[in-house]
Design a protein around this ligand. Sequence first.
Ligand code: PMP
Length: 448
Amino acid sequence: AYDHMLKIRERNVSPSLVTYYKKPLLLHQGYMQWLFDYEGRRYLDLFAGIVTISVGHCHPKVTVAAQKQLARLWHTTNIYMHPSIQEYAEKLTSLLPDPLKVVYLTNSGSEANDLAMFMARIYTRNFDIICFRGGYHGGSPYTLGVTSLGPYKHGVANDFGCSATMLPDVFRGPWGGSHCRDSPVQTIRKCSCSGGVCHAKDQYIEQFKDTLNTCVPKKIAGFIAEPIQGVNGTVQYPKSFLKEAYQLVRERGGLCIADEVQTGFGRTGSHFWGFQTHDVLPDIVTMAKGIGNGFPMGAVVTTKEIASSLAQNLHFNTYGGNPVACVVGAAVLDAIEEDGLQKNCEEVGTYMLLELAKLRDKFEIIGDVRGKGLMIGIEMVTNKGSCHPLPNEEINQIWEDCKDMGVLIGRGGLYRQTFRIKPPMCITKRDAEFAVEVFHTALERHMK
Ligand code: PMP
């Protein structure tokens, strides 16, 4: 059956879709932090379907809520009312500070970010959007303009590290991580700031001002950034950098958009939203992935005033606010609270970061261990001194080995040099111990 599936995949499924591992996994079932393949092997899922399974695969409560709604009513569109959309909007916004109280439901993160940028332009009547290099905000034509990572880094614009500007007037700010052509490596080191201390902040602020000054006229529509860059390999900003950037954007009339697609819903542990870790208040918050625990949905939350700039009929989608999605979304919020998942992210994440830091001290090929809560990056390098990305064949070997020992890990960064650990938020300390043990063994085998 496996070979048959592989054949169909190669023949009938778009080749643009990446599969992980030399021998891609053919999965059969999931339960909470576990995945099972057709051969009965069990895997600890440390990547959660790309940071999407928030409360656990097939979480019983969420599954039952979806099943009940599926048996009652699947779809209405927004031209009729269904209680689920109002109830969900109320519940979701109760978790956001004033005045972020108005929700627009979407089907994905890309769509949420498209809409956020559209709103910023309509509301401010300005055009320019600012983003950071290394950010990932989606794969739609609109968001491609502000995504400078992942599949879009090379081919589309042939501009190393930058995607095609599908829209005019998108400016990529200085935040580089691994994106500077001239000195990728020093920049990784400067930007990663393990331990959270960064001496490069003033320099970045100056570069950010330069970016803002390239916008003509000097007014901008908006600035979009992830509170922690996810796809770029869990890249964190220097302390107070985002706060200062927000101020500069507002001085130029722009709205600040926080892309919480990966950082939201308690994953960072200390706070429910990533922006709260920077002590900022965005004008627009976008979310997806963990919001639906794998059910396709997303959301834009903003103020009544900004939302009102989208007059009736100015924006429409068929599936946004789908009753099943809303019921699932509400059950996910309940599960986060009832299962204590934000606190779990803090506790298990802190433990894991500490244990991984021990491995960093032990192994020359770990350049950096960083992150917050259950959003962790492990940057692999040839050696700590030079900080060049470890060649992919070598990273692959460690990565495949972890998989063979039952632990699935994600990859990120410009060179795919950073392991990403972003599991379902329900993993336990015992799971974390097991994962670190497996990673340790894989590193030791690699060094032999
Ligand atoms: N924003 C961030 C931070 C993301 O990580 C992603 C997906 N990787 C997106 C937006 C786009 O979301 P989607 O794939 O649901 O369109």
